[in-house]
Design a protein around this ligand. Structure first.
Ligand code: PLP
Length: 430
């Protein structure tokens, strides 16, 4: 496979942009090789600047549930662009998107839009602190909640891949209010509450997607909610990734556990920069200008971004069967690859939630971040680069989740499985 143009583009970018990328995981550091430079996307496919074509299982890290250049999203965006890019004043589209989200999530009465998942979570934490009048927060090792200071502690994916669980430049004073618990381990959470009586909130990815795909056990989430309630702490579900990805009505609809605050991003923007956080009215009333907790953004609720989000969510809402279709496709993919791996003596752990899929090269079940870290990283790197050379674009880190879009067909899934068989055979034959 010719990657000359990508290699050249990457070299040029590295002279001007740190690592040649504007978000670290794109750099292929953990899998080796050169990141491909994208020329365009079309449906299920990415095309790189050398003219190679790939089935895209990354979907811009989640947002593109309808694949690239979905017609209705594209035309909604073009239409919005023609009315002006930004006003810094309210528009109807914000209320329309808000209404759709509020109708969809039981635990959200009001919502605020921001421009990224990082911003959504950062603001939600401030709101939880403002609401409870407490300073400490609890997060789970391996969960990623964006790159804001107090959350960049043992934060999964990008941070893990680079062996930088907490980053230089974050003062210890800023993270001393962040307590760490172990995913799917209720005793570790109880210990946090024993150590501090100043805990404002517990934040969790209810379907963790940033240490590979590791869903929380139902029973664990149930206990988690109980512990929060007993201690007067708010429960935040960070659904920036899982929201509208795993199911339409949020993790609360799968797990039966309702959080106090939900953060959203990725799919909610349909490929444009949108994040959001929402909660019951009593909590949201604390937010400026209704309340004293300050939060703002020049481009928040941007009309073009709202148009993309609205088109995307409307289409999801109109297709209630879509998630089970995507889930069975995702399941066939990981089951098929697992079977092929097994034939070559390779053990894979797999899981799916709606359009999200995950796999680990690991002998044992993965329930938390420490488990995920025992996966075979070398094998993953070989798998990744060989699949790429065969025209299948998987996330370039073993700590990421894969995504199926509606543009990916059953036939493409079968082709992927066949390619994986070839790749596993080549790997085992050295
Ligand atoms: C992607 C992600 C974020 C950060 O969102 P950005 O838009 O990248 O800032 C936060 N939380 C979770 C769970 C995510 O997957």
């Amino acid at each position: 496979m010719n990657k000359e143009a990508s290699t050249q583009a990457f070299q040029q970018a590295q002279n001007l942009i740190p690592g040649g990328v504007n978000s670290p995981v794109r750099a292929f550091k953990s899998v080796g090789g050169t990141p491909i430079f994208i020329a365009e996307g079309e449906g299920a496919y990415l095309k790189d600047v050398d003219g190679n074509k790939y089935v895209d299982f990354v979907q811009s890290w989640g947002p593109l549930i309808f694949g690239h250049r979905d017609e209705s999203i594209e035309s909604a965006v073009i239409d919005a662009v023609k009315h002006g890019l930004s006003f810094g004043a309210p528009t109807q589209a914000e209320t329309d998107l808000a209404s759709l989200v509020v109708d969809t999530f039981d635990s959200i009465d009001k919502i605020r839009f921001v421009s990224s998942g990082t911003e959504a979570v950062m603001s939600a934490i401030r709101l939880a602190r403002g609401f409870t009048g407490r300073d400490d927060i609890v997060k789970f090792t391996g969960c990623y909640h964006g790159h804001s200071d107090s959350l960049l502690v043992e934060a999964g994916s990008g941070a893990v891949t680079f062996g930088n669980p907490s980053s230089p430049g974050v003062p210890a004073d800023f993270t001393k209010h962040t307590l760490l618990a172990t995913y799917n381990d209720i005793e570790s959470l109880k210990k946090c509450f024993a150590d501090s009586n100043d805990i404002s909130c517990v934040i969790i990815e209810p379907i963790a997607g940033n240490m590979g795909l590791v869903p929380a056990d139902k029973e664990f989430l149930y206990e988690l909610k109980k512990v929060c309630q007993e201690n007067g702490a708010l429960l935040i579900f960070d659904e920036v990734m899982s929201g509208f990805r795993a199911t339409f009505h949020g993790a609360e609809s799968i797990t039966g556990v309702t959080p106090d605050i939900i953060t959203l991003g990725k799919v909610i923007g349909g490929g444009m920069p949108v994040g959001a956080f929402g909660a019951r009215a009593e909590i949201m009333a604390k937010l400026s200008p209704e309340g004293p907790v300050y939060q703002a953004g020049t481009l928040s609720g941007n009309p073009v971004a709202m148009a993309a989000g609205l088109a995307s969510l409307k289409k999801l809402k109109a297709n209630p069967k879509l998630y089970s279709v995507l889930e069975s496709r995702a399941k066939r993919l990981v089951d098929g690859m697992q079977e092929e791996a097994k034939k070559c003596g390779i053990t894979m752990q797999t899981d799916v939630r709606g359009s999200m899929f995950g796999f680990f090269f690991n002998e044992n079940e993965v329930k938390n971040f420490a488990d995920a870290c025992t996966s075979d990283a070398e094998l993953f790197a070989k798998f990744h680069s060989s699949m790429l050379d065969n025209g299948f674009y998987f996330a370039c880190s073993l700590y990421e989740t894969g995504f199926i879009s509606t543009a990916i067909t059953d036939a493409m899934v079968e082709d992927t499985i066949k390619a994986s068989a070839k790749v596993f055979q080549a790997i085992t034959n050295g």
